[in-house]
Design a protein around this ligand. Structure first.
Ligand code: GAP
Length: 484
């Protein structure tokens, strides 16, 4: 289980071709990123694993691709316009702007190493009249009193701050569409993918003849005007979500809630290999719940800078579909084909941040290891222990001597064969040890070396990334050996 600083991970991710600073040749905006080849492949593999588990292996689920720009009324019905805000505060000394609730969360997290949650809460309850340790549920005045009372410093300058009042700022990003005949032509960039599933659920039922309970799944970009992005890729303005909405004939039962929780654990732990000790569930307190939500259970991961939410399970009741019926004046009721009953379905949501999951998988897999080499010398290596199902490259094909035409020919043939079913890299440059190190650093589970013996007996060596053990395997048996 790795436990490295964020700076270590960021440095490695840039060096190895996972991410890089956004539009970097122009040296502009900090905390925005472009995704490079290994990230793109890792993202695709995680997406495929999610798709396979939650869509392909389930009955009665459909995959949907809604538009990023939806009708502006959608966001009024969903309560995002006017209601989707962050509490922000400025340091008058530097003019910098921060999220007040995050500054407070960071302070609480620091204190957790010395005091229990109960001790921390007892003190804040008497001093600031708050009744929980989730600052985004506190009033703006309580947040301001905390920042001033606890002398919270400006996290950038690390110096004493002069905080303004805490104010609410909308997270919604907008653009213009000239075909819309309204005073501003303004349309919103979706802040979540969920709404496309609510407004389309009835059309999907009508065209696919699905029956309740049934699910809709979607993946796509979402946009939020995050004022203080940072912490690498955990909070960005443009990110991807993978959301699933399950439409139910009646209220969500405790049993269904537990089933979704168990399924989610299986996905995180078994399908993409997240260390279970770093993952935990947390139920939202009543005063933390979103306006549409009856109960919520988070999946949180222990990152180097505290716990962050990766996914949640939300009982959204019938709020969303009802709201769209009211705003659109369309009949959004489901008709039960057996009983003839007509009603608005209830919805339970599994909402996961895809971009945040990719970073989590990277962090969870990164490791630095000391070992003794075959000459008895102590060595260190970076080894990224990706679960084989998500590793960007599944195997590397390495002819030992690049001047040996026969070795190179066999290596090319093997590459052509294996790439029909998996991602491989062909590499003939540098000494074999260096090539192994390079593959360890990008998390390739297997290295296949073609050497002199291959020409004699049609076998290769397969080196295991984690144990570094090497075994001789017949060329004809490679696919079975590395079954992923
Ligand atoms: N439909 C519900 C919804 O959007 P959310 O908690 O706001 O809920 C769901 O977002 C997931 O999206 C989060 O668990 C997180 O993984 C991811 N997410 C949210 N804001 C993000 C941001 N600014 N950058 C990266 N990921 C984000």
């Amino acid at each position: 289980m790795s436990d490295y600083t964020l700076d270590t991970i960021v440095g490695w991710a840039k060096r190895k071709g996972f991410v890089y600073q956004w539009s970097s040749i122009y040296w502009w905006l900090a905390n925005a990123w472009d995704y490079w080849p290994y990230w793109s492949q890792l993202r695709k593999n995680i997406l495929d694993a999610r798709w396979q588990f939650f869509v392909q292996e389930q009955a009665n689920i459909h995959w949907l691709e809604g538009a990023i720009l939806m009708h502006p009324k959608v966001w009024e019905a969903s309560w995002h316009v006017g209601g989707f805000n962050d509490p922000l505060v400025d340091d008058k000394k530097t003019g910098e702007r921060f999220r007040a609730d995050k500054l407070i969360e960071d302070r609480i997290e620091e204190q957790r190493s010395q005091r229990t949650d109960k001790e921390i809460l007892d003190y804040y309850a008497t001093t600031y009249q708050v009744n929980n340790l989730t600052p985004d549920s506190w009033t703006l005045e309580q947040q301001h009193a905390f920042l001033v009372g606890e002398k919270v410093k400006n996290p950038k300058s690390k110096k004493e701050a002069d905080w303004t009042d805490v104010r609410k700022f909308s997270l919604m990003m907008s653009t213009k569409l000239w075909v819309i005949d309204s005073e501003s032509n303004k349309v919103w960039m979706r802040p979540e993918t969920a709404q496309a599933m609510f407004v389309n659920f009835k059309n999907v039922i009508d065209t696919t003849r699905a029956k309740l309970p049934f699910w809709l799944a979607q993946v796509g970009k979402a946009f939020r005007n995050e004022i203080t992005p940072g912490n690498f890729l955990f909070r960005t303005r443009e990110f991807e979500q993978m959301e699933i909405q399950m439409f139910l004939p009646s209220e969500l039962s405790e049993e269904q809630f537990t089933t979704f929780q168990k399924m989610s654990w299986e996905f995180w732990e078994k399908r993409i290999g997240i260390t279970p000790e770093k993952l935990r569930n947390r139920d939202h307190d009543d005063d933390e719940l979103a306006h549409y939500c009856k109960q919520a259970r988070d999946f949180e991961y222990k990152f180097p800078r505290g716990r962050w939410e990766l996914q949640w399970i939300h009982d959204r009741t019938d709020f969303d579909v009802k709201a769209h019926q009211e705003y659109s004046w369309q009949n959004m009721m489901y008709s039960d084909p057996h009983t003839g009953d007509r009603f608005i379905p209830h919805v339970v949501e599994l909402s996961m941040g895809l971009s945040r999951t990719v970073v989590t998988v990277m962090l969870d897999a990164y490791d630095e290891e000391t070992y003794t080499d075959s000459n008895g010398k102590e060595q260190t290596r970076i080894v990224v222990r990706f679960h084989p199902s998500v590793a960007p490259v599944k195997c590397a094909i390495l002819p030992l001597i690049k001047k040996d035409e026969k070795q190179v020919e066999i290596a090319h043939e093997l590459f052509a064969k294996l790439t029909k079913t998996m991602t491989c890299e062909y590499d003939e440059w540098w000494a074999i040890g260096k090539r192994y190190r390079r593959q360890d650093e990008i998390g390739t589970p297997y290295c296949i070396t073609i050497d002199h013996q291959t020409l004699d007996d049609q076998t290769v060596t397969i080196r295991d990334r984690d144990s570094m053990e090497q075994k001789r395997v017949a060329l004809s048996e490679i696919t079975d050996y590395i079954a992923l």
